[in-house]
Ligand binder design. Structure first.
Ligand code: 5RP
Length: 248
């Protein structure tokens, strides 16, 4: 097990500003350390990745780097275009050198929960096809074990199967699955792939076999994928409240 300082208490006491600056320092350090010329880079989704793309765009311009960016969502695509970065597709570039993405939680072995923004499917596809996945996050995402801080696991499902999958997962593993609603709550949140998200509220422990659970859930017809990213990330950067960055 890695010996890493983990801040888990009083998450609510950090101001929005200090969390934003923690995201920024982590994202910038990751881009500074991992981006080189001639890379094909998977671009994740969420709020932290915005800082990574901003820094990437600065470096591309000032160092005249030739990098191609493959998005993991509509948001990521818009971000790449807005920064005049070169946009690629996985179809054209199926082997990526690097992927940079945020996470909702990242444990001591770099297993992650993702999908808080509903983009888990394309994020997982891009991460799987990248040689090196780097996670960037603020310190509240740094966790001892999965579901310790972030109490839910998003699961992307085919719309017709959401009730059947909810019932099946609850009876197999317990907890409660809730259909994620769109912000205005007028209807379900629909992913970039036309699917629904079930948020599985599940109390794990350091003993929980998330790899086994992930595989079992992926076997249920109608499940498109889960937000469990087991054994995928190679490195993580967490911005700390004092302005420093922890790497693991
Ligand atoms: C989107 C994701 C995001 O990477 C994750 O939710 C973290 O987001 P943020 O950087 O805003 O904290 O998985 O599906």
């Amino acid at each position: 097990a890695r010996n890493i300082k983990i801040l888990t208490k009083n998450l609510g006491t950090y101001s929005k500003m200090s969390l934003e600056s923690a995201k920024k320092t982590a994202a910038e350090q990751a881009v500074n350390e991992h981006v080189k010329d001639n890379l094909k880079i998977g671009i994740g989704s969420g709020s932290t990745i915005v800082y990574a793309v901003n820094r990437l765009a600065e470096r591309v311009k000032s160092e005249n780097l030739n990098v191609i960016c493959i998005p993991t969502s509509f948001q990521a695509k818009q971000l790449i275009l807005s920064k005049d970065l070169k946009l690629g597709e996985l179809e054209t570039y199926p082997e990526l050198d690097l992927a940079i993405d945020g996470a909702d939680e990242c444990d001591i072995d770099l297993n992650c929960i993702k999908g808080g923004g509903g983009c888990l499917l394309q994020e997982k596809i891009v991460a799987f096809n990248a040689k090196y996945l780097v996670i960037v996050a603020d310190h509240t995402k740094n966790s001892e074990f999965l579901t310790f801080n972030y109490k839910k696991i998003p699961i992307e499902v085919s719309p017709m199967a959401y009730v059947a999958i909810k019932n099946r997962v609850e009876s197999l593993f317990g907890g409660e699955l809730k259909l994620r609603m769109a912000l205005a709550k007028a209807g379900p949140c629909v992913t970039d792939n036309g699917n629904f998200i079930l948020d599985w509220f599940f109390e794990g422990s350091s003993k929980t076999d998330f790899d086994g659970i992930n595989r079992a859930i992926q076997m249920i017809p109608g499940v498109v994928d889960t937000g469990l990213f087991i054994g995928m990330a190679k490195q993580a950067y967490f911005g700390m409240p004092d302005g420093s960055v922890i790497e693991k």
